[in-house]
Design a protein around this ligand. Structure first.
Ligand code: TXA
Ligand code: MG
Length: 330
């Protein structure tokens, strides 16, 4: 175990970017902000570093990682882009979209990161700090969300500290992230498929494709049908407190995660109330989601009751994460 490491925290800036690139090049583990959530980075070509990354997160090693690259050209060295993949990359990179594609023959990403699959997940992040680190290192960086496996993803450096202090080398603090939910994952197979709803709404992708984006049939349990045992990720985003969805009234001892301006009966009874977006704005709600789940989880309530959130736009990703937070705690 790499518990007992001294975890340095540096404010984002030139010195932090240089320290991050040096640390990654030496096989270290660096948490840094992306526009979606904080990522825990390791050199994608260094199997030893990736092994330590899985260990630091307590993550099952058959769950593959996303390789972050600085641009489409760098992505093309790792994976084979067909016309659809190029169209999506050109429309949405840099940004909150991950593409799963066949690996190239001399793909430098370590097999451990792709869990032995013949595909790789690739993303070009938009956050300036992530981009500066990728440029400084000059190679791909694998980065799962920088939380302990099973916890909600971190949207601030403080969340990363809570989960990973003593387990990683460096945290680059770039403030709160903008999007708040992880990237949307599209598998570019014979026909493109939505493997995970996320920070890029499905509708925008469908507009570029000119058709609807199907989901794999068993997505209720898995983000990705291939690499995972059924149910593996079902409670991936779970806080410790039980989560109750579509709450229409609040019972004694419950905390309330609200959405919009409506109130539900019993709100006065709630031990704590946080509103994802009082104005009903789904972008604001996505940005607040994981931080509010963490904050309510810390209140020691019997249950976190969640008001219904509409399903359009970013609502699809928000409802996906909420459903996963509720599974396994029933
Ligand atoms: O926004 C994000 O995507 C964040 C930031 C840090 O970039 N990263 C992130 O990584 O959410 P992670 O490891 O928490 O989620 C990666 C997902 C997993 O569900 C994994 O199964 C899937 O990507 N994945 C990775 N490689 C895959 C592959 N070759 N085929 C299918 N799914 C894959
Ligand atoms: Mg994650």
């Amino acid at each position: 175990m790499n518990v007992g490491l001294k975890t340095l925290i540096l404010p984002a800036g030139e010195a932090a970017v240089a320290a991050a690139a040096d640390c990654l090049a030496e096989g270290g583990l660096v948490a840094f902000p992306t526009e979606t959530v904080y990522g825990l980075g390791a050199d994608a070509t260094n199997a030893g570093a990736i092994a330590r990354l899985y260990q630091a997160k307590g993550r099952p090693s058959f769950n593959p990682l996303i390789a972050h690259v600085s641009d489409l050209r760098a992505g093309m060295r790792i994976a084979c882009f067909d016309a659809t993949a190029i169209a999506l990359a050109e429309a949405f990179w840099p940004g909150p979209l991950t593409l799963v594609l066949p690996k190239t023959k001399n793909c430098a990403v370590a097999d451990l990161a792709t869990a032995g699959l013949d595909t790789a997940a690739i993303r070009v992040p938009a956050h300036p700090v992530a981009r500066a680190i990728l440029r400084a290192l000059g190679g791909p960086v694998v980065a799962p969300s920088a939380n302990l496996s099973g916890h909600v993803s971190p949207t601030t450096a403080a969340h990363v500290q809570t989960d990973l202090t003593g387990r990683i080398d460096l945290i680059v603090d770039g403030g709160a992230v903008e999007v708040g939910v992880e990237s949307t994952i599209v598998g570019c197979f014979d026909q493109p498929m939505l493997l995970r709803p996320g920070g890029l709404p499905r509708g925008e992708i469908e507009r570029v494709l000119g058709r609807t984006l199907p989901q794999p049939p068993d997505d209720a349990d898995n983000y990705t049908s291939q690499p995972l045992a059924p149910g593996m990720l079902a409670s991936h985003y779970a806080p410790r407190t039980r989560v109750r969805l579509n709450a229409e009234r609040i019972e004694a001892g419950e905390a309330l995660l609200a959405f919009g301006s409506a109130t539900v009966p019993g709100t006065k009874r709630a031990t704590a109330v946080m509103n994802l977006s009082a104005g009903g704005d789904l972008t604001e709600a996505a940005a607040n989601l994981f931080g509010y789940l963490r904050a309510l989880d810390a209140k020691g309530a019997r249950t976190i009751a969640v008001m219904p959130v509409p399903h359009h736009g970013l609502g699809e990703a928000i409802n996906d994460r909420l459903r996963r937070a509720a599974v396994g705690r029933e």
